[in-house]
Design a protein around this ligand. Structure first.
Ligand code: THU
Length: 160
């Protein structure tokens, strides 16, 4: 039997250590989180993406009394960005979350369904996105795209 090892590189830093581009995107995600509609979970998530055309697009989670009808911040943001600017690749995405106690000290990671959508977006534009996960105490930066968070992923290659 053969074994393969799958590894993920994550850079960890404080907010003050972020580059100004990353900080701008993180701040946009934090502001978006504050505008989310999350009356059922009380858990607000914001996302911001920087597109190849220079636009920054933000979004947040939108919940619903019929729970599964709601949508996560990451997908709300990506679907909106791709709907408005179908020709612009997504260069980077920042994600931030808060609850009733304020911003979370540690970063949250996108859920599985959002990771799958992020993968589709990378494939669509043939470009890996920089992912910045914000936490008040520390931030995670994934430089080489969503595959680092979705090993052994399923994409359109299998449909050929
Ligand atoms: N949520 C997101 O928006 N993004 C994530 O990455 C994780 C979870 C939302 C979904 C739901 O509205 C709330 O957070 C609690 O799960």
């Amino acid at each position: 039997m053969r074994e393969i090892e799958l590894s993920t590189k994550v850079k960890v830093c404080r907010y003050e250590e972020l580059s100004s581009d990353d900080r701008t995107l993180v701040d946009a995600a934090r502001e978006a989180a504050a505008r989310s509609y999350a009356p059922y979970s009380g858990f607000s998530v914001g996302a911001a993406v920087r597109l190849a055309n220079g636009e920054v697009v933000t979004g947040n989670n939108q919940e619903n009394a019929a729970y599964p009808s709601g949508l996560c911040a990451e997908r709300t943001t990506l679907f909106w960005a791709n709907a408005q600017y179908p020709d612009a690749a997504v260069e980077a995405m920042a994600i931030a979350a808060r609850n009733a106690n304020g911003e979370l000290p540690v970063p949250i990671s996108p859920c599985g369904a959002c990771r799958q959508v992020m993968l589709e977006v990378e494939k669509r534009y043939n470009r890996a996105m920089r992912i910045i996960l914000y936490g008040a105490r520390e931030n995670y930066i994934i430089e080489d795209g969503i595959k680092a968070l979705l090993p052994l992923c399923f994409d359109a290659d299998f449909l050929e």
